[in-house]
Design a binder for this molecule. Structure first.
Ligand code: SGN
Ligand code: CA
Length: 532
């Protein structure tokens, strides 16, 4: 009864303000591991490949955020922050090993209460049964690229096809005929691509065959060899990217089920085993001649790294092509069903990614490539076409933005800030001048030690606290690639003190002392001995 009265109240107050008919729909298109510099509109070093014509079009019609950052550069935690508008230590999902407490307050639940109909399709990575959605179909865990299983309210089912297309089709179908057309809607379209092992749809396997992908200028960086905490990492294209598992060299020949036994990561082989004979045939045709050529060259050292980079970057960008096509299809669908003028479309991804930058793949670090996340928003009649915002924003802000758009009340315990004023082109004088970051997943795949830090508009201070205290400080204006740690440079002493004070302030503001409080014995015992 209480609930009924509350929703009646919302309806009447919205009708009273004339908003019910006008409240915009929200389509949130979200991919996995899509680095901003692998989007044409971001003007990065991959722009010449023209990787994302549809996402670029969205940017040309809306607003692109140049300084958009995650709070914790890893999949599940990033999504939990979006759902709750709270930092990891507050929402309880600090690393991929955790489970999300779906009973807590989330923005989709609040939107439902405010009269929206909601749906979620694709990768959730939050475990458990989604709450706050009128319809949902999610991949179990990481999900598979080919013919994946999906968990639905009715149970688990297998769907034939490439994951990006499947997720797009589910979203299109819901837009066309699944949703309650009387209500405004909020749709989350969450792609698995371009996550590792970067397995493109059959139709994209020959894309970029005839071109060389430009290399990042830090491809041969070796700055983890020195005294930085990066000495622990396992993200290198050179030493950690597997020819067979990650790049499919000879995979079509070897995958017989026996060769995969005992491996930790099996997703590439699981995908290959899922393929139909026809899909496999297309893969054989695409890779076998290239493998032959690779063996004939007998590459080593930097030449081998260059070759691996090319194959990795091409597969990564081929997966992105599928996501970009999905954006185009969804835009067309919104037009076809006549709601494009009243629908906000957002494109984002859970974190950034290393596409050979610093010689790496993967994410996790607070360094720029993995800290940044793409954010493009088209709000018809509100965002100025082709506009760019330099303001510092985070995934922490998404939930409050959506609630604000819907005219719903924003709970006091959410920690972000609505982006609506920025989307309207306003320049709030009190907008944040720094962002906070905290990463927790160590020891784990890729071996990135726990750290937290603050990034201002010009500087970055990071603290690694697992093996004693190690600090890094970067001058982003003079050293955008973060090649020189200035922490011990006396010339920066005053600046460091200033940013350190900001770090103390922001940790207090977000009430984070989880580095001290959350130290279970298990990780202390299993963590590596640092190299001295
Ligand atoms: C898998 C990947 C890792 C990746 C994590 C987390 N290995 O373990 O490379 O860092 O997921 O990624 S894989 O070969 O099995 O793909 S996340 O985006 O889901 O957080
Ligand atoms: Ca991810």
């Amino acid at each position: 009864m209480k609930r009924f009265l509350a929703s009646l109240l919302v309806t009447f107050s919205l009708l009273g303000s004339g908003m019910a008919a006008e409240r915009p729909n929200i389509v949130f298109i979200f991919s996995d591991d899509h680095a901003p510099h692998a989007i044409g509109a971001y003007d990065g070093w991959l722009k010449s490949v023209d990787p994302t014509p549809n996402i670029d079009k969205l940017a040309a019609q809306g607003m692109l955020f140049q300084n958009s950052f995650c709070t914790n550069s890893i999949c599940g935690p990033s999504r939990a922050v979006i759902m709750t508008g709270k930092h990891s230590h507050k929402n309880g999902f600090m690393n991929n090993g955790n489970s999300f407490d779906w009973n807590q307050q989330t923005f989709p639940k609040l939107l439902q209460k405010a009269g929206y109909t909601t749906a979620l399709y694709g990768k959730s990575h939050l475990k458990g049964t989604p709450q706050g959605f009128d319809d949902w179909k999610v991949l179990p865990g990481q999900g598979l690229y080919y013919n994946p299983d999906m968990i639905t309210p009715e149970g688990q089912m297998r769907i034939e096809g490439h994951c990006t297309d499947i997720v797009t089709d589910l979203a299109v179908k819901w837009l066309q005929e699944g949703r309650d057309a009387e209500k405004p809607f909020m749709l989350m379209v969450q792609h698995k691509a371009p996550h590792r092992n970067w397995m493109p749809a059959p139709r994209h396997l020959h894309l970029y065959d005839d071109i060389e992908i430009p290399e990042p200028n830090t491809l041969f960086d070796r700055w983890w060899d020195n005294e930085k905490p990066a000495r622990y990492q396992e993200l290198e294209i050179d030493r950690h990217m597997h020819l067979n598992f990650d790049l499919f060299v000879d995979l079509v020949k070897d995958f017989d089920g026996k060769s995969i036994k005992g491996r930790v990561d099996k997703s590439a082989w699981m995908n290959m085993q899922r393929m139909s004979p026809e899909q496999l045939e297309v893969w054989r045709d695409a890779y076998a001649p290239k493998d032959k050529d690779f063996h004939a060259q007998n590459l080593s050292c930097d030449d081998l790294v260059r070759w691996k980079f090319q194959r990795y970057a091409k597969n990564y960008l081929r997966c992105i092509k599928g996501v970009d096509e999905s954006v185009g299809t969804l835009m067309d669908t919104l037009k076809d069903i006549g709601v494009d003028n009243n629908t906000i479309v957002i494109y984002s991804s859970d974190q950034g990614f290393y596409v050979g930058d610093h010689g790496w793949f993967d994410k996790r670090w607070m360094y720029e490539e993995s800290l940044k996340m793409p954010l493009i928003v088209k709000w018809p009649g509100v965002t100025k076409a082709g506009s760019k915002s330099e303001r510092m924003v985070q995934n922490l802000d998404y939930g409050e933005t959506f609630l604000d758009v819907a005219g719903a009340k924003i709970p006091d315990d959410m920690q972000g800030r609505s982006l609506v004023p920025l989307l309207k082109g306003e320049q709030p004088a009190d907008w944040r001048k720094s962002i906070y970051y905290h990463y927790y997943e160590y020891p784990s795949v890729h071996m990135v030690p726990r750290h937290y830090g603050v990034r201002t508009e010009t500087h970055k201070l990071m603290k690694f606290y697992q093996f004693g205290e190690e600090w890094e400080f970067y001058d982003l204006e003079n050293d955008p690639d973060e090649l020189t740690n200035q922490y011990n440079n006396p010339a920066y002493a005053d600046k460091i003190a200033e940013v350190r004070a900001e770090l103390d302030r922001i940790r207090e503001h977000y009430e984070d002392d989880s580095d001290v409080a959350e130290k279970p014995k298990a990780w202390q015992e299993t963590m590596r001995t640092p190299a001295l």
